[in-house]
Design a protein around this ligand. Structure first.
Ligand code: NDP
Length: 278
């Protein structure tokens, strides 16, 4: 029986810590403010933004929403990014992705001041992470590391295999695991013998966006398995891992829902606090 890595509990602990620090800053006259840029009315994006703003309110972080119709000119968003970069009242901000068709997210993200880049997705933030400079860390990979550490899982010297190489999850997670002195292998859609490589892992992280693709044959006996995947089905949310098949082999496993998802949300709040400290 694997230990269940409870992301809801770990995220609640992060929120409590952030809340206490936000209060301390407030008592010194510093307020923490996280602004959000939302373009269009995609229902999922609207819900995510509302949740993130509610999370902020819960820990005493102020939040201002900048919303635009989906036909807003790219230039107008560029001007807003520059304005938020320069506004000392704004600790940090992010652009809710994906943007509607016709808008290009990358040049906007590239303009975000790395000290305010609470999503940690700008090339400057990614570069800082890669060369070991202090930076705001992308929320999902940082959430994975926190979930592991807060459950006392040793990373140093262990064999970590990351399935997925996106800029959002796989690549920064590989960097963070390296920083923790794990031995890291990154797999992707062209990897040959995926199951063989994956089953070398002491720590296996699935971030491939393929519903329940990872099964018992991908997992070494006693491995720690982290499932980053999120797939909405008629029966609820499921991940990249076939939980029922993997759980008996693993020593610890993160569930979906209730694993990495809540950690991602909590790390955004952590980043807002970090940004305010800068
Ligand atoms: P992307 O689609 O951007 O990246 C998927 C990666 O997986 C790519 O590197 C791709 O390889 C690789 N891949 C795809 N299919 C296979 C395969 N059959 N075998 C091996 N590798 C494969 O996804 P994201 O990184 O953005 O997200 C991954 C998952 O995590 C999704 O389910 C997403 O919903 C979820 N997610 C969850 C979050 C959370 O908070 N829990 C936050 C963010 C994402 P290649 O590069 O060769 O194409």
């Amino acid at each position: 029986m694997a230990r269940i890595l409870n992301g809801r509990a770990a995220a609640a602990a992060v929120r409590r810590e952030v809340s206490a620090e936000v209060m301390k800053l407030k008592s010194r006259g510093v307020s923490v403010r996280l602004d959000v840029i939302l373009v269009g009315e995609d229902p999922a994006s609207v819900t995510y933004v509302r949740n993130k703003q509610n999370d902020c309110a819960e820990v005493g972080i102020e939040s201002q929403l900048h919303s635009f119709p989906e036909d807003v000119p790219q230039k107008e968003l560029e001007v807003l990014v520059e304005r938020l970069n320069e506004d000392d009242a704004v600790s940090g901000f992010f652009i809710q992705l994906p943007l509607p068709r016709g808008l290009d997210a990358q040049p906007l993200i590239s303009r975000i001041d790395p000290d305010k880049d609470v999503d940690g997705l700008s090339p400057l933030s990614a570069g800082r992470l890669a060369v070991g400079l202090p930076s705001l860390l992308p929320c999902t990979p940082h959430g994975v590391i926190q979930l592991l550490k807060r459950n006392g899982i040793e990373l140093e010297g262990r064999e970590a295999v990351v399935l997925g190489r996106s800029n959002l999850v796989g690549k920064p997670l590989a960097q963070l695991l390296l920083r923790e002195n794990a031995t890291v292998t990154v797999c992707h859609s062209r990897t040959q013998n995926l199951a063989e490589v994956a089953s070398r892992a002491d720590i296996l992280v699935a971030a491939i966006g393929q519903r329940e693709m990872i099964g018992g044959d991908h997992v070494k006996e006693g491995a720690v398995v982290i499932d980053v995947g999120i797939h909405r089905t008629q029966d609820g949310i499921t991940g990249d891992v076939r939980f029922g098949e993997v759980e008996p082999k693993a020593s610890a496993i993160s569930p979906v829902p209730g694993g990495v998802g809540p950690m991602t949300r909590a790390m955004l709040l952590y980043n807002a606090l970090e940004a305010a400290r800068r």
